[in-house]
Write a protein that binds this ligand. Structure first.
Ligand code: DQQ
Length: 573
């Protein structure tokens, strides 16, 4: 297996492949090199919101993850990037980074930039498919000179380059143009293609037509000539334009992932649609004869539709990691500050920590967990066992860098039968979290964490639970409350909330939270419910940030275990 490594010695930099120096870092500009040195330092005071271990470019705008893949020993991530501005605009490119562990990344040349009539304005989102013979190809949306959305093909210039730096656009592009009845601005974001039992390739394109959001299906024998199937693979009247659809199999009885072409009784299928501003999904069966996706239940257009993440999280995309037999999900996390702030910061947008995903045992929903390589950044572990949190108590978790941390906590609720009664059928969980915020005392809850908090708690982001008794079952609510996250104004401080599908009689109420300066990613119920938030504390930055566990319910809860780590800085671009 090829192993390459970027080495920085003094001010010189070179690329080693299998221990042999093959290239000076001339693919990094002088500014990149200077920037790299800067990145070795801790987050500068004037940039308190840059992250330490989340993926982001050195500067300017980032949005959707594109074409993630594992190829010949290297993980690749392409992403939507405006190289000219901290805001979105024309001229979007596929920026490109590579990694050996999904956590430390180095930047490569842009893979696709607008240059041809079929992508004259922008190179928008798309996916990679690895064709038989280990041949990766990109399908992406070009915004052509008339601002129409068309689908294009690109292939590596040199497949033996382990970093796949140069990509060549197919001269016969575009391969697909908006079909009859579909507007030129509603036809984009090809998925990874899959091969049917008959050997033909299939791909879906996101669209909106006749008041239905949809995944338009195309088929091809040779990956170049594509024919639209008579019906979409799936369409839903309760949705708007589908951006970045994703369609993939998940094992029924295993957390392992499978290749996108697998379609047999050992898997179910997931259809994900990004319907601005959220990523929704449904689980179901893929009928390969009829070319139909048959969900267990349709989208309803209500708060009960399943979301990948119930906070700020969009345009997610998965890939099958053949190195470790898992399916990994990437997603864009937007800013919650203003465009003026972004221009001042000089950047906008992060990628969430890549998550391994699988189907829960009941087969109803996805489970997500940060890739285990993230644990290599953990340092300085502190732990607490069997600590009772009385009603009204706040307890500081000290000994870690609270602005850059990873926390796993399990709560035990000894008197469940005393929980308040709640009928969930018609209740929007986000609304309950907002109305019954962390200052409103219940019985079981609110209890949880106060992240990126000042010592006096004037700034704090509360990630908390409430547990209710329903008819013959218990209901666990998880909230991420941003309203006290910053003394600054002009920020989106929306409260997020969702139910967690666990039975607290059978398992503890668990939370894992990743804190990284301006992002808080939380995983409730061992990854069954995820909520990501962006926050910009004014005072609780760097060493001034603190972390607390709290309980504002009248019933006491026990921290059965708490493990917290400082997180080291990753090398990111
Ligand atoms: N972002 C891309 C589009 C996609 C949207 C443009 C989703 O291809 O539909 O940057 O965030």
């Amino acid at each position: 297996m090829d192993k390459s490594l970027l080495l920085f010695v003094g001010i010189s930099c070179f690329l080693l492949i299998n221990g042999v120096k093959v290239e000076d870092c001339d693919f990094l500009t002088e500014t990149d090199n200077t920037r790299f040195q800067l990145f070795q330092a801790s987050v500068p005071e004037e940039q308190p919101y840059r992250t330490a271990y989340h993926f982001q470019p050195p500067k300017n705008w980032l949005n959707d993850p594109n074409g993630p893949m594992y190829y010949n020993g290297v993980y690749h991530l392409f992403y939507q990037h405006n190289p000219h501005s901290a805001l979105f605009g024309d001229g979007m490119v596929w920026a490109h980074s590579a990694s050996y562990d999904l956590i430390n990344w180095f930047s490569l040349d842009h893979a696709l930039v607008p240059s041809e009539p079929f992508d004259a304005i922008s190179c928008w989102s798309g996916s990679v498919t690895i064709l038989p013979g280990n041949k990766p190809v990109i399908l992406y949306t070009g915004i052509d000179a008339n601002y129409n959305q068309v689908q294009n093909l690109a292939t590596p210039k040199n497949r033996s380059d382990p970093l796949l730096i140069e990509w060549v656009k197919y001269s016969g592009n575009p391969l697909m143009t908006p079909p009859k009845g579909v507007d030129g601005d509603n036809f984009r974001d090809p998925t990874t293609a899959w091969q049917g039992p008959d050997g033909t390739w299939k791909v879906v394109i996101g669209s909106y037509s006749n008041n239905q959001g949809m995944a338009i299906l195309y088929q091809s024998e040779d990956f170049v000539h594509w024919t639209m199937h008579r019906d979409p693979l799936y369409s839903a009247s309760k949705t708007q334009m589908w951006e970045c659809p994703d369609f993939f199999p998940v094992s029924i009885n295993s957390t392992n992932g499978v290749d996108t072409s697998v379609a047999n009784p050992s898997v179910r299928h997931v259809m994900k649609a990004s319907v601005n501003p959220h990523d929704y999904y449904i689980v179901g069966t893929y009928d390969t004869e009829q070319e139909k996706f048959l969900p267990d239940a349709d989208f309803t257009g209500t708060s009960s539709d399943l979301r990948i993440d119930y906070g700020k999280f969009y345009a997610s995309k998965t890939f099958f990691d053949s190195k470790r037999n898992r399916r990994i999900l990437w997603a864009w996390v937007n800013e919650s500050d203003s465009s003026e702030d972004d221009i001042q910061k000089g950047w906008s947008g992060l990628q969430a920590i890549p998550r391994q995903i699988w189907l829960d045992r009941a087969g109803k929903q996805l489970v997500q967990w940060p890739v285990e390589e993230l644990n290599n950044l953990r340092d300085n572990q502190v732990y607490v066992y069997g600590k009772q949190l009385e009603s009204g108590s706040v307890f500081e978790v000290s000994g870690i860098t609270a602005s850059q941390a990873d926390i796993e906590i399990n709560f035990e609720l000894p008197k469940l039968e005393e929980a308040e009664f709640m009928d969930t059928i018609l209740v929007d969980p986000q609304l309950i979290c907002d109305r019954q915020d962390s200052s409103v005392t219940g019985k079981y809850g609110p209890f949880g964490l106060l992240a990126l908090a000042t010592k006096d708690l004037t700034e704090q982001t509360a990630v908390f639970f409430r547990v209710f008794r329903g008819d013959n079952r218990y209901v666990v609510l998880m909230c991420s409350e941003q309203k006290r996250s910053s003394l600054r104004d002009n920020l989106d401080k929306t409260t997020y909330g969702a139910f967690v599908d666990i039975d607290p009689r059978q398992e503890m109420v668990s939370l894992r939270t990743l804190i990284d300066h301006s992002i808080i990613e939380s995983f409730g119920g061992e990854g069954r419910t995820c909520i990501t938030a962006r926050v910009y504390p004014k005072l609780a930055i760097n060493n001034e940030a603190h972390l607390f566990a709290f309980n504002n319910g009248t019933l006491s809860v026990t921290i059965s275990s708490l493990h917290a780590w400082s997180m080291n800085k990753a090398r990111v671009n």
